[in-house]
Write a protein that binds this ligand. Structure first.
Ligand code: FAD
Length: 304
């Protein structure tokens, strides 16, 4: 028989940890299950400059402080990968790789991962030239030459933002045309320091500990060209970590979990917070805000 918790939080990123903090301060018993890395994806960020009240801090330092705060308030944290969740007699049975857990309410905070290019050395160069978020990291490439991979709305918005900061911006798109909104395409076309290379892929990342350039290859001619960029922004989409919950709560066509303003899904007792839910902005501030909202709503659900 597994122990019964008031709330089980799945995922220990900023959303999950904030949810645990709020739920513990409201006197609920809380278990946080994390599959690999307490603190979530922000731990990979070398520097955060857009979290209110903190001028500059590393992602690891932010996560460490938040984790300590949550532990101080008495949340239980365990490493386990949640495989599925089944409603049963007003509770939820949570099946992990290593154990089974029972909760009266669940907060899903499993985040999303950036789609990667799959090139050699890409993982080693994350945060050292290879970036997946221009809003987060663009400012670190001020007055430098950068490239963007992708041609959709995110890539084009990134181009607008980076053109203000960087000396030059090259958009590398594998399709014959850009696919973002026409208005954005027109805006990008007017930017003098942005050039667009369609039907082109990035074939090589150069540099061992820091990105020192990329090689791009034309799909039509196979001709290669080296670009001496110090920043590469990969904007080819995100994958929400929501596969195990596909039958539990409704998801949109991209797999993000649908929720209302209270972070409640279409299954009573199942709440969702952070990057894994449908929302326009995926950042720490919005993840922590969701965590607070979801915990508040889950406590109200338990006290009903
Ligand atoms: C390199 C980088 C730099 C960034 N810089 C900034 C920045 O400067 N400012 C900013 O505001 N944002 C930044 N972000 C974005 C920010 O990290 C995210 O918006 C935020 O972490 C989302 O929090 P979350 O809790 O929703 O999800 P996550 O942080 O993704 O946490 C989700 C957690 O759930 C776990 N999990 C997933 N599935 C399961 C499962 N089945 N069972 C158990 N656990 C599971 C994951 O392992 C993960 O630890 C950056 C992101 C990256 C990658």
């Amino acid at each position: 028989m597994s122990s019964l918790y008031d709330i089980v939080v799945v995922g220990s990123g900023p959303a999950g940890l904030t949810a645990a903090l709020y739920a513990r301060r409201a006197g609920k018993t809380v278990l946080v299950l994390e599959k690999e890395n307490f603190g979530g994806q922000i731990t990979y960020s070398p520097n955060i400059e857009n979290y209110p009240s903190e001028r500059s801090m590393s992602g690891a330092a932010f996560a460490e402080k938040l984790l300590a705060q949550v532990q101080d308030f008495g949340a239980v944290l365990e490493l386990d990968t949640v495989r599925h969740i089944t409603p049963q007699d007003n509770t939820f049975q949570i099946t992990g790789e290593y154990g089974c857990y029972t909760a009266r309410a669940v907060i899903l905070a499993t985040g999303s991962r950036h789609r990667m290019l799959g090139l050699p050395h890409e993982e080693e160069l994350v945060g050292a030239g290879v970036c997946y978020c221009a809003v987060c990291d663009g400012a670190f490439y001020k007055n430098q030459h950068v490239a963007i991979v992708g041609g959709g709305n995110t890539a084009l918005q990134d181009a607008v933002l980076l053109s203000d900061l960087c000396t030059s911006v090259t958009i590398v798109q594998n399709l014959p045309d850009l696919t973002g909104d026409t208005v954005l395409q027109e805006k990008v076309a007017r930017l003098e320091n942005v050039r667009i290379r369609t039907n082109t892929i990035v074939s090589t990342l150069h540099g061992d500990s820091e990105l020192q350039g990329i090689t791009i290859r034309s799909i039509d001619t196979n001709q290669e060209e080296r670009l001496d960029v110090t920043g590469l922004f990969v904007a080819i989409g995100q994958i929400p970590e929501t596969e195990p919950f596909a039958r539990l709560s409704a998801q949109d066509s991209h797999g993000y979990i649908i929720a209302n303003e209270q972070c409640l899904t279409d299954t009573p007792g199942i709440f969702v917070a952070g990057d894994c839910r449908t929302k326009p902005v995926r950042q720490i501030v919005t993840a922590t805000a969701d965590g607070a909202t979801a915990a508040f709503a889950a406590c109200q659900y338990l006290d009903r």
